[in-house]
Design a protein around this ligand. Sequence first.
Ligand code: MLT
Length: 394
Amino acid sequence: MLKINPNYKRLKESYLFSEIARRVAEYSGEHPEETIIRMGIGDVSLPLCPAVIEEMQTAVREMGQAETFHGYGPEQGYDFLRRGILGYYGEFGVELEADEIFVSDGAKSDLGNILDLFSAENRVFIPDPVYPVYVDTNIMDGREVVFLPARQENGFLPMPPADTAPADIIYLCSPNNPTGAVYSREQLETWVDYAKSHHSLILFDAAYEAFISDDSPRSIYEIQGAKECAIEFCSFSKTAGFTGTRCGYTVVPKALQFDGAQLNHMWLRRQTTKFNGVSYVVQRAAMGVFTPEGRRQTKENIAYYKQNAKCMTDTLDKLGIWYTGGKNSPYVWLRCPDDMDSWKFFDLLLRQIQVVGTPGEGFGACGEGYFRFSAFSSRADTEEAMDRLYRLFK
Ligand code: MLT
């Protein structure tokens, strides 16, 4: 008789953003006349920038001509895009080799798929609150997860714990989703030292690096020694609006040696077996991000979202509601007024003012009592949502 993976029984009934979508669909089914403003999942509202569209259109035309048509591409990504990514890392002083970069359909898939490389016996550190994919994918494999509390007292940036046994795998997300907190150079040095001394592997999620506007590290590889203990995940989703287009990349340095194996080689083996690469058209579009116009245009889009975040934090200031984030990140993390629990606050905003955010509890137990707004909506929607929020709490 077929046996299923019993670990799935340990998961919550549904994935956080599916549960939010379900509740919103239910409400809007009951109230079709209401205009709902969505600031829950971090989905972008600005279209792809002209430099990206130009590359994409050229690639589409090429696909229609026998001479320039592309069939299967290299599983790790086309050389032109990997070189573009290398050049980008060079801007913050990180030198990589092209075959340490693996292009994929996004950071979410790679964050889940990378676990194929590791035994279920490994112990894992995961900050709480954080992007729920890390927890769910480890539960699916049956790994032991130790949560590192991220609270106001530690600036939402947990450091290596002194009172618990070391972990084999450590997740770090900076700028953090959902809190927007960013690790400093010194803090990342401490983590790299810790990982190296315990022979642990850091899985560093840099999906929001493009939102950093101070001199905080954009990549873990800005820290000396990180190539021997860290894999980095990044994405064009938030940098360049590719949430629907799908393209990301993962850096697996060749210096990563664990248990007699080179992780770069293992990941290549995994990807060449289970993945046929990202489409040529999408990779050409992603290449558009690295042209001078693409860089300028994507920076303008990021500035637009940051201005949305400012609109939110100005409103929260006026209301005297505590918050953090929104400066080096597209997320504003606020404390629910009147000590409300986060799903109750979610329901209140949905029902009273038809504004959707993300309940902090969905990111982990330590997120209870907090709430996340995404700054990726349009300016008009952000202003309207903040106006409704102001009128509700003033
Ligand atoms: C989020 O809202 O946390 C992200 O958009 C989800 C994701 O990137 O998968």
